[in-house]
Design a binder for this molecule. Structure first.
Ligand SMILES: [Zn+2]
Ligand SMILES: [Zn+2]
Length: 143
């Protein structure tokens, strides 16, 4: 069974995960700096907020066949409010062919728009910081 988060449109978005050593347990990725994850659906362009309890477990066979050619990104955008330095963080699983600029635009324009902790939206036409989420080391979750 593999961890997914489900968009309002019904799209199942697979979370990166790792197998815990010596067990058959699967540990889903979760940001270390937040209890929630903001996920943008590359299918319908909606953004949604999920908690750990929102994770659903599905059979590998039911996951989208396009999965191997997608990348799960942590996307950090720059806040549009002057003097605000809080990051806008969202995650997206998207085709590996999409450029950084396209991904940034897609995330900044999602509905509702992802905001910083102060409630402000992202500056458009700024290159986002993109971090590919994958497991580093045996015990550390990536930020
Ligand atoms: Zn969707
Ligand atoms: Zn801000």
């Amino acid at each position: 069974m593999f961890p997914v988060l489900v968009c309002q449109c019904g799209e199942q978005i697979a979370l990166p995960y790792r197998n815990l050593q010596g067990t058959t347990s699967v540990q889903p990725y979760w940001p270390t700096d937040s209890e929630t994850i903001v996920l943008v659906c590359s299918d319908c362009a909606q953004s949604s907020v999920h908690r750990l309890e929102s994770i659903r477990w599905v059979d590998a066979g039911l996951l989208s066949p396009a999965l191997p050619s997608t990348v799960f990104w942590r996307v950090e955008l720059i806040c549009d409010h002057p003097r605000c330095e809080l990051p806008i963080v969202a995650h997206i699983r998207i085709s590996e062919d999409e450029s950084g600029g396209e991904i940034g635009t897609k995330v900044a324009n999602a509905t509702p728009k992802p905001v910083c902790a102060g409630g402000y939206g992202a500056k458009l036409h700024e290159m986002p910081t993109l971090i590919e989420v994958e497991w580093k080391g045996r015990d550390g979750l990536l930020m």
